[in-house]
Structure formats: C-alpha cells, structure tokens
Design a protein around this ligand. Structure first.
Ligand code: PS7
Ligand code: MN
Ligand code: MN
Ligand code: MN
Ligand code: MN
Ligand code: MN
Length: 352
C-alpha cells in the first residue's frame, strides 16, 4: 500500500519520486509504503546517497575532481540549483545528477532533526569513499584484507544502516535501544552490501573494479582474473563459498535488529531487502553463472518473498531458515569451508 498523498505533493516533490522510481528497483516500493512521517525523509536520504554513489562509480571523473566532490557532497545539499553533468555508468543515475536541484530543494523542507542525520551520514560516507578511491593500491588491486573489505562495506552500507536507525528512532518508530547496539545496524548494511558485491562480481570486474578481498581470493586462485577462467571453476566456486560464509556469519544480528522495529511499514522496509539478500546468497552459492554474468532471483520468488517478509519476525526467521537449509543442501564436502558453512547455516536454522 502506497502511503503517498499526491494531492498534497508539490511539483518538485513529485519530481523526486520520479527519480526515485527511475534509480531504484529494490527500494522505491518499500520507501513509498513507509509511514508518512518518514516517507519523504527516507526518499530524500536515498536520492542523496544514490547521487553520491553515482559520483563514486563514475570512472571518467579525474581523481583531483572526484575527491573534493565526494568529500564535500554534504555541502552540496545547501547549494540551490546544484546539478552535475557527468558520465555515470548508468544513464538513469546520471539523469538524477543532471536534475539534482530537485533533491536540494526538497532537502531544505524536511525536519531539521532528519536533515542533520542525513548530512552527518553523507559526510562520513563521502569521506570514506574518497579515502578508498584515493588509494592507488585499491584502484589497481582492489581491497587487500578482510578488515579493509569490511571497512569499505561500513562506509557504503553500514553507515546507511546507522542513518536509517537514527531516523527510525527520531520518529519514534523503532526501539531507542537499537542505538545502544550499533553493531546490529552495521550488520544489516554489511549483509546487503556483501551480497551485492558477490552477485555483481563479473559486472564489477568488467568495469575494472574488484571488491573481493585478496585475503580471501588468493587462497583459491593466483590472480584475481583466474576466477573467470572456466578451467578454474572449482576454485572459483570455493572462493564464492568463502565470500558467502563471510556474509551469512552475522545473519543472526540482522534478525536481532529486526526484533527492535515497532512500526509495520518500517519492519517491511528493513525486512524485505534482507530476505531478498539471503535468497540471493543461496542463488549465487555454488553457482558458476556468477563468473559470466549477473544472476537475479526470479520475479515469482521475489513476489513470494515480499509477502512473507511483510508479516512479522517469525515469518522472516522462517525464510532465513529455509534458505540456510538450502545452502546446507548445496554445501560441498570437498569445499575447504564446508564445515564452517555448515555451522553457520546450523546457527541460523536453530535461531528460533
Ligand atoms: C537510504 C534506503 C535499513 C538498518 C544508494 C539500505 C550503493 C547495497 O553497488 O543499488 O550500485 O550495485 O544495487 C538507501 C540497514 C547507498 C544499505 C550501497 C541508500 C540497511 C549508497 C544499502 C542506498 C542499510 C551506497 C544499494 C546498501 O544497492 O548498489 C536508503 C537498515 C544507497 C541499507 C550503495 C548499496 C545499496 C546498498 P550498486 P545497489
Ligand atoms: Mn559505488
Ligand atoms: Mn553503485
Ligand atoms: Mn554492486
Ligand atoms: Mn546495483
Ligand atoms: Mn559493465
């Protein structure tokens, strides 16, 4: 159920929703079904971060120009009429930046307490992204250690989790105790980002970007590009397994987080992407198609998952258990991470 009230929306706000629908397949519907108190602030938060990510992803912007854009992106939110005519890798995302002035206009109209949260997260994310794109080693060889990998995921997703949580608590739609457990919202973001990185492996490689940490891939292949050579498919699948293991290890923290959400619309907003993520992890697990293209869960599965995750914590736990069981079934005894994967899945299956 869409919570928007088009009669009360200005032309400018309608434009913002137009760009939201254009730039997001997965988040636009759950955002538009949010409690009216948070609908516009979260939509603007999404558009601001989508704009920032489009700058980060634009490999045609020279570093000297990109770095200050990322670091000062929060200040752009005070520049009336600001827009950017870049080469965003995705035409739709590029289009958002060309018309970014509509986002700036709307940002000024939301409650100051929400503005403050959005500004703070945008500033931290932009600086984190800038640190990574400044690092020559990261550009040429990607991330080194698992610690670096998780730090990158913190900047681009853990911080989104923090910002969302602060918005939920500020609007009294979530338990304030969540702010005392920052590792839970961090896990929510890490889970989505890590799944995205595993799924987008081939597409990112094609764009000369590599997010798998060397600490993991080097155990399975000599050079990163060997992952894509069909004669190494066994080793490459073992590498994917280790990445999946790393991602599911904190699934229990995601379930704990969701237990702290009071409002049904906020629950759906946080639960739907998590459920899609665990289904995606099951899909990429032991699946050689991730080395040749992007795999996606079917429309039918996505619809069913949407219904199941829009209920309560119990139904979401059931979905997590179902996919954990499916991962266990596909788990290969010859995989060096067989035992750890089996333990991690067992932990999810026993959660309730
Ligand atoms: C503000 C809803 C809700 C506690 C644009 C939602 C890109 C996976 O890499 O577009 O282009 O393929 O497929 C979303 C925790 C962030 C983390 C991060 C803002 C959940 C800019 C989402 C989304 C925290 C950096 C989208 C992290 O994937 O990426 C709002 C709680 C944006 C959330 C990016 C990725 C999101 C992502 P890509 P996608
Ligand atoms: Mn990016
Ligand atoms: Mn991106
Ligand atoms: Mn991606
Ligand atoms: Mn994407
Ligand atoms: Mn590409």
């Amino acid at each position: 159920v869409n919570s928007r009230d088009p009669d009360k929306e200005s032309e400018n706000l309608k434009q913002c929703f137009y760009y939201l629908n254009m730039t997001s397949r997965s988040f636009s519907s759950v955002i538009q079904e949010l409690n009216p108190e948070l609908l516009v602030p979260v939509a603007i938060f999404y558009l601001v971060l989508r704009g920032l990510d489009t700058i980060e992803d634009d490999m045609t912007i020279p570093l000297q120009k990109k770095e200050p854009l990322l670091r000062d992106f929060d200040k752009i939110l005070f520049k009336d009429g600001w827009n950017f005519n870049g080469n965003g890798p995705d035409e739709k995302d590029r289009e958002l930046l060309v018309h970014f002035d509509v986002v700036v206009t709307e940002f000024k109209l939301i409650k100051p307490a929400y503005q403050k949260i959005i500004l703070d997260i945008t500033k931290k994310m932009g600086n984190g992204m800038a640190d990574y794109c400044n690092n020559a080693e990261f550009n040429e060889n990607g991330v080194d250690t698992i610690k670096d990998y998780e730090m990158y995921c913190h900047y681009v997703a853990g911080l989104v989790g923090e910002g969302c949580t602060r918005l939920f608590v500020e609007s009294k739609l979530a338990n304030p105790a969540l702010l005392q457990r920052p590792e839970l919202s961090e896990s929510m973001g890490q889970f989505l980002q890590k799944t995205n990185i595993i799924r987008d492996l081939q597409e990112d490689f094609h764009d000369k970007r590599r997010f798998y940490p060397k600490e993991i891939w080097s155990k399975h292949v000599t050079n990163f590009e060997d992952l894509f050579d069909p004669k190494n498919v066994k080793a490459a699948l073992n590498c994917t397994s280790e990445m999946v293991l790393n991602a599911i290890q904190k699934a229990d923290e995601c379930l704990f987080y969701m237990a702290g959400i009071k409002d049904q619309s906020v629950f759906n907003f946080v639960a739907i992407p998590q459920v899609m993520a665990i289904a995606t992890l099951e899909l990429v697990f032991q699946n050689p198609k991730v080395f040749t293209g992007v795999v996606k869960i079917t429309k039918g599965d996505a619809c069913q998952l949407m219904v199941e995750s829009s209920q309560n914590l119990r139904t979401v736990c059931e979905v997590f258990k179902r996919y954990a069981r499916r991962i266990s079934k596909k788990n290969n005894p010859a995989d060096p991470n067989f035992l750890d994967i089996s333990i991690a899945c067992g932990k999810i299956e026993q959660f309730i």
